[in-house]
Design a protein around this ligand. Structure first.
Ligand code: RP5
Length: 163
């Protein structure tokens, strides 16, 4: 798990989502950002959801990353319960390959925003990096790590496919 007291809550609708959502936690770990990882379902554990979100700000949580599949309401309901930034990750866990979750997550009614990322692992990774970018605005240590990560990523791209 990431070091330090948790600043980002990483929620997922089911334990079965972990394989995809781990990419968000890995990205946060690389940036040295502590996160609190929970299985919380808007459908199956609505009371756990409301209790967690309402206590989060006081515990130091600054951003939510919410991943869910099927009719994915986790990000939207989280955004309904808090004015902290909510990053939504649609997951590929249904016969519709995550398209259902993408539409459910991105199509929020005006007034309750969810910043929605791509489907699955790449979306989870980008949500973690984006959470880092938000925190970097007020935390020079995170900003430095994010810049280093980007520089390394650029350095790792070979000139040709044979390198
Ligand atoms: C969603 O239903 C979860 O986020 C998960 O992606 C999907 C399937 O959950 P399980 O039936 O595997 O627990 O709510």
């Amino acid at each position: 798990m990431a070091q330090g007291s948790p600043r980002v809550a990483v929620l997922m609708g089911s334990k079965s989502d972990w394989e995809q959502m781990k990419a968000a936690v890995d990205a946060l770990e690389k940036l040295g950002v502590g996160c609190d990882v929970r299985v919380i379902s808007a459908h199956r554990t609505p009371e756990r959801h409301a209790a967690y979100v309402s206590a989060a700000r006081e515990k130091g949580i600054e951003i939510f990353i919410c991943g869910a599949g099927f009719a994915a309401h986790l990000a939207g309901v989280t955004a309904a319960l808090t004015s902290l930034p909510v990053l939504g990750v649609p997951l590929d866990s249904s016969a519709l390959d995550g398209l259902d979750a993408l539409l459910a997550t991105v199509q929020m009614p005006g007034g309750i925003p969810v910043a929605t990322f791509g489907i699955g692992k790449a979306g989870a990774k980008n949500a973690g990096l984006f959470a880092g970018a938000i925190l970097a605005g007020r935390d020079p240590d995170v900003a430095k790590k994010l810049d280093e990560l980007r520089a390394q990523q650029t350095a790792d791209v070979p000139e040709t496919p044979f390198d």
